[in-house]
Design a protein around this ligand. Sequence first.
Ligand code: PSU
Ligand code: MN
Length: 309
Amino acid sequence: MTNAFLDVKPEVAEALAAGRPVVALESTIISHGMPYPQNVETALHVEQIIRENGAVPATIAIIGGRLKAGLSAEEIEYFGRKGTAIAKASRRDLAVLCARGEDGATTVTTTMMIASMAGIRIFATGGIGGVHRGAETTMDISADLEELAQTPVMVICAGAKSILDLGLTLEYLETKGVPVIGYGTQELPAFYTRSSGFGVDYCIDTPEELARAFRVQRELGLKGGMLVTNPIPEEYSMPNAVIDEAIDRAIAECSAQGIHGKATTPFLLARVAELTGGDSLASNIRLVYNNAALAARTACAYCRMGSPA
Ligand code: PSU
Ligand code: MN
């Protein structure tokens, strides 16, 4: 499916037309998820890792009202430099940003949407949004969960940060029929840490088996995506106590300052990063690399199975 607002980078379009593997990447992680210049260095290195593992990277963003599937190095630099001055774009923002010709940093939600419009089925990122702690009164539930329920893209992440209520996030995904897979683990990873105390639906050990499950989901005509949670490599994982303390403090400050809506997640992410210093940034970068490599290998396996029904 294509539309008048979509620009697929020629290299990406050629790969898709030839049935070669492509991996989508999001841009909110660049503008809102990490400081400059580490955000740009990371985004460029992630693309290189995807290439080294046999796939073509397509970093996704909205530039001047155009939905971009695939950015140039200059466009990645632009996003990294502008940082939080770029609007964080979720599903509800797409129409107005396109109508006005503005820029937008794509979240997991909008990256899935644009990837799907372009025909890209595999997407690597760091962490997804979910059900926030206290959502029973705030109703703060990320649009990422609804997108996973309706858009056919496999999202490979390192689980979700415990800024969220991980148990409620899993309940929501169950209700919405989204399969939650642990890559080589029975336990949901919690981004900086490999364990969370919550189980996943299935443990899958190889990229081939991930690709097979997703292909069958497509062949069955089931709508929606698949969530693959890939634990951070042991050597880069962080002590639970350090992370938990920072997260508890960040959440307390967030409610004390009356922050709400789309500002909540960027505030919490930035505060946790500040409170835990360079260690958490280094871990964050490493887990994204790890997810990019797995996504590229899964995209290769998916393409070897031919075009899905
Ligand atoms: N969680 C992270 N890192 C991130 C995000 C979430 O650990 O960068 C970003 C992603 O772009 C995600 C978005 O899609 O935040 C979710 O925002 P919200 O909770 O406002 O839906
Ligand atoms: Mn929210």
